[in-house]
Design a protein around this ligand. Structure first.
Ligand SMILES: Nc1ncnc2c1ncn2[C@@H]1O[C@H](COP(=O)(O)OP(=O)(O)OP(=O)(O)O)[C@@H](O)[C@H]1O
Ligand SMILES: [Mg+2]
Length: 274
């Protein structure tokens, strides 16, 4: 297996993002960019982990990236053609995976497709395709209450792929999962990221282990300090880890690799200063 990879056109760019709520500066001149990764012989999408301590501004950034909230300054642009993001363009999976309780799994997907303008037949065809892809075929007639937590989460993700072609933002997707469920989700995200070149997961989390395990790139959110070491309000990207370059991306065995443990140590040491 080859490990060579290269970066191509910009898929998402956030430029000069600032958000102040009341007196609180939450994000300050934040910039980031995701480019299309290509690997020879592999359809390879992107998995970016956005990591930062509690209260730093991750959910705020999530909402800005998703077009759910306008920043005070700056913009979020999608694709090589730099389209400004708008509500509904990006798939978003919030923490509680809201599904319609009175609709089946299939019904939940179809309604998401209908809402984004697909005909009933189009939506159903796409839903059936996604159910196969997501390993949910046998559950298509079940109601959300009849699913496990992990299955619900997969339905919620599939639902987002009904209307958003390529981008999927997830806020703290690992919360409340046990180790096995977590590893299943890693495997699932890695597999989904290989279904289309432009598929791009942005995973927002404070879980360092999980972020390193699943991403090809990590952004660390934190605040700058002035000359006296005092915190300057407003989070920015403090560090970028290219896990692909370090040979830590796209690996099933990642969690048992010494390089993985070393990187965890590095990030754990940085975290309290963010
Ligand atoms: N509407 C608001 N008005 C004032 N302050 C706010 C508002 N919303 C969020 N904040 C503050 O902005 C900061 C960032 O909040 P945010 O929810 O983005 O953090 P987070 O990184 O997602 O935290 P967690 O990991 O705990 O979910 C927090 O200090 C929060 O108190
Ligand atoms: Mg949050």
């Amino acid at each position: 297996m080859t490990t060579t990879h290269s970066y191509h056109e910009v898929l998402l760019a956030a430029r000069g993002i600032s958000v102040t709520r009341g007196e609180t500066v939450i994000l300050r001149d934040l910039n980031l960019e995701i480019r299309d990764i290509k690997r020879p012989g592999v359809t390879q999408g992107q998995v970016v982990g956005l990591l930062g301590p509690s209260g730093i501004g991750k959910t705020t950034l999530f909402r800005v990236l998703a077009g759910l909230e306008a920043p005070d300054t700056g913009e979020v642009l999608l694709g090589p053609e730099a389209r400004p993001v708008a509500r509904g363009v990006m798939g978003v999976v919030a923490q509680n995976y809201p599904l319609f309780a009175h609709r089946t799994v299939l019904g939940n997907l179809v309604i998401a497709g209908r809402r984004s303008g697909q005909s009933g037949a189009q939506a159903e065809a796409k839903a059936r395709e996604l159910l196969v892809q997501f390993g949910l075929e046998e559950h298509s007639r079940k109601y959300p209450a009849q699913l496990s937590g992990g299955q619900r989460q997969r339905v919620a993700i599939a639902q987002q792929f009904m209307c958003s072609e390529h981008y999927l933002l997830m806020d703290e997707p690992f919360t409340g999962l046990d180790l096995i469920a977590e590893e299943n989700l890693f495997r699932f995200i890695r597999a989904m990221a290989q279904t289309d070149e432009r598929t791009t997961f942005i995973i927002i989390t404070h879980d360092i282990e999980a972020a390193v395990a699943v991403a090809d790139t990590l952004w660390l959110l934190g605040r700058d300090r002035d000359a006296e070491g005092k915190v300057i309000p407003g989070a920015r990207v403090q560090a970028i880890y290219n896990l692909a370059e370090r040979g830590l991306a796209w690996r099933e065995d990642i969690m048992s690799s010494p390089d993985y443990l070393r990187l965890l140590g590095e990030i754990h040491a940085l975290f309290p200063r963010l």
